[in-house]
Design a binder for this molecule. Sequence first.
Ligand SMILES: Nc1nc2c(c(=O)[nH]1)N[C@H]1C(S)=C(S)[C@@H](COP(=O)(O)O)O[C@H]1N2
Ligand SMILES: [Mo]
Length: 341
Amino acid sequence: MSRIHIPKPWQLPERLATPESVFIHRRAVLKRLGWAGMGIGSLSLGSWGLGTRPAHAESPTDDLAVRTRPAIGDQHKDKLSAKRNPKYTLPAGVGLTPEAVSSSHNNFYEFTTAKERVWELAKDYSVGSSWKIEVDGLVAKPTTLGLDDLFTRFPLEERLYRFRCVERWAMQIPWVGFPLRALIDSLKPLSSAKFVKFISFLDPKGLPGQRKNKWYPWPYYEALRMDEARHELAFVAVGSYGHGLPMQHGAPWRVVTPWKYGYKSPKSIVRIEFVDQEPSTFWNETQPDEYGFYSNVEPHKPHPRWSQRWEQDIGTEETRETLLYNGYGDLVADMYTGDEI
Ligand SMILES: Nc1nc2c(c(=O)[nH]1)N[C@H]1C(S)=C(S)[C@@H](COP(=O)(O)O)O[C@H]1N2
Ligand SMILES: [Mo]
């Protein structure tokens, strides 16, 4: 029987991504959580996932509670244990990513490019009630929203979504929030608005990544075409795992578009702008030959420096085939013509 060689992500060249492999990351997480040195640190990959640790494993000695603390504190706590919307669940055999893992493996360049360190650098960043969201551009009436608007104007629900980074790691998260469409419609964009831009916070004093990596076009910004932004899957996340977002996931709110690569899901947004032309984006401006506007998950369209055929689940370490539109094709494929991918 011939064996198909499945290259593991860490065997593939990757220059942009932080070079640590998921493997190293898992060891670091286990170590911090106090589960290292229990005989599960054997070097056989894939055999010691968090799900397979011995039943007698002691509870983490590390402060998972600190790591996952909502950046808005106890505000709106009651609303955040929202009811799960049964329409958005995961396929059989694909489970939620343990919070210990997803809260410790993040891309958030405002803090650092080292995924394992984001939570640590972000944990004391304070999101006070003074957080504002400016709304301008092609809109009936430019306005400013406050933090409370995000938690009180729209009913919150929980959705289980797949999430896929272009660097080929994948996870499954229970987001809490509401459809982006509800927010957009409430802002009354003009019919001339064809795209919506989301601009993240700019705070070089408080954000070490903005101080150190000055060559990036800060602030981070992303955009969606209007029909994408109003698609039922496009989601405003204000929480995860039944509580407010910890800073590393993009508190106090972020956009989540699960059929696109993760960089299309901007975090910690302070401005929404409606425009009539396709805007540039942070990654498109930085590396236009590598990051296009649509950036839908497409296994047969390799990234210039690596294949997209495979992905690795950061929770289970399983390597699996990438799905077109990250598995959401039945819902989103209609929006695109052949060259919009
Ligand atoms: N403001 C901002 N948003 C961002 C990023 C970032 O660096 N800054 N990284 C993006 C990338 S590349 C990914 S994969 C996801 C990661 O989200 P997570 O850390 O919550 O898993 O956030 C996206 N949104
Ligand atoms: Mo990413």
